[in-house]
Design a protein around this ligand. Sequence first.
Ligand code: SF4
Length: 403
Amino acid sequence: MELDDRLETLSAAAQFDVCGGREMRPLPSPSSLRFIHRAALPGGGCVSLFKVLLTNSCVNDCGYCVNQVGRDVPRCGFQPDELARMFMDLQQRRLVTGLFLTSGIGQDPSRTMEAMIKVVEILRYRYKFPGYVHLKILPGARFDCVEAGCKLANRVSVNMEAPTVHHLARLSRKKNLHEGILERMRWVKQLMATNDKLVPSGQTTQFVVGAAGEADRDILRATGALYQEIGLRRVYYSAFHPISHSRLENVPPAPPLREHRLYQSDWLLRVYGFAPGEVELALGAEGNLSLRKDPKLVIAQKQPWLFPVDINRASYNDLLRVPGIGPESAKKIIDVRGEHSIDSLQQLRKMRVVTKRAASYIRFHGMLEYEKQSSFLPLLEEEEKPLTLQEILQIEGEGALVC
Ligand code: SF4
């Protein structure tokens, strides 16, 4: 295959890996630039990542993956120096600022990993590229490969894909959760503990959502354990879409809203500091998050004794539990009330509080008048109105995921 065809094939096949950042639409450009992924950064601006596979040849049989063994697709790969040269050419043309490198797995995962490491070594040592590299750690790779990857990359990830051994077995007959995946995550944790300069952007993982019949409870429990025990920087969720000619082709796709609800719950665990048990209050009887209501709203409705909170006295943690108030607006409220009292929804709106959400859950100090004047909705009967994107951004604020 010609280089351009390989680039097209191997960048298209890499799209199923979430590379972090609030992913943005690909550049409006010729198809030859579709492999460039832009991601928004927390403080504004964006990073452009060259997201690509070293090879799409793979011995594994993951039922959600276009590269699984036995699928009739053209197989190809890059030589390490070829891929490194291509990246540097793009970087010098200012089309990309970082690399996200993943791969299908050969008979010996360590040999594939060695070739991936070679790409990054060429970038770092031959071309002196100091920028961002996210390197996928392949399940089953040897310790020395994991160590070499950690010394070279800004971020590494091992995809867990499913929350339990039982669920992973439905996705792949070959992957081994404990020895193949979790052990590599522990190695990365151990390496980072011995040298705090390694992997400065941390370790991440990804779940495929809805392919293995798992409930959101299973995913959230695994997520909580990964944050607590492995110290992962981020967990990503990717709604399952069946692909033709695979064992899972008749499994229905997962709704993108389910993926969004998992991200919202993850945000509560990771940024708001909610305990896993509190986040589980958002689950329904089947162990799934509501598609109709934001998990934070469900949690608030299940704890009516916590509300209304007094805007002028509540602690940061109590403010965080109010629907419509996020970390930034909670901090702002605390700052502002150090100078003067807060007496109106209008003032809160200026602090980026989504007041139509928060109104039923707050009171102003000594402001029973407000409760008399307003239509104080009974907490347990409130229906969620879908948030606009702007409102989601307001609540999540600096929620842009950092690559
Ligand atoms: S290991 Fe599984 S997910 Fe990764 S490329 Fe191979 S088939 Fe796809």
